[in-house]
Design a protein around this ligand. Structure first.
Ligand SMILES: [Zn+2]
Length: 138
């Protein structure tokens, strides 16, 4: 992942490219574990001692506002962040609370097809993400 790639991602979302945004986006993008803000902070703090936890929270929120990343609540009510914004589903391990991406074209097509047929009076469905819960096999 090049700096140029990240720079384009950030500026295309409407945000100014800054060193701290680059560091935080890069950390999230590379960790495909769907980390919490605290975990992102843990990843970057050694190499970036001037970045505070508060900045990490604020920066991740601005990424979400600008559609650069997405966030969701996990089964424990903890906010997790995901750098992948196109449609995909997740595998959630009940024991370790690990969340992995589950990409399956057939499933995503089926879901898109399903929600395109839904007619709700007061709500427009834009996308859907399924979480498959289970346990990692030993
Ligand atoms: Zn994901």
């Amino acid at each position: 992942m090049t700096t140029e790639f990240i720079k384009n991602k950030i500026t295309n979302s409407g945000l100014k490219f800054t060193h701290q945004r680059w560091v935080i986006y890069d950390a999230l993008y590379q960790a495909d574990s769907h980390p919490t803000a605290d975990q992102v902070f843990e990843i970057i703090k050694l190499a970036n001692p001037s970045l505070s936890l508060g900045t990490v929270y604020k920066t991740l929120d601005s990424f979400v506002q600008n559609g650069l990343i997405q966030k969701f609540m996990d089964q424990n009510g903890v906010m997790r962040f995901d750098a992948i914004i196109d449609a995909h589903s997740h595998l959630y391990c009940k024991e370790t609370h690990e969340i992995r991406d589950f990409r399956n074209e057939e499933l995503e097509k089926m879901l898109q097809n399903f929600i395109s047929k839904q007619r709700l009076n007061d709500f427009e469905i834009e996308d859907v993400s399924i979480v498959f819960k289970g346990r990692k096999k030993q």
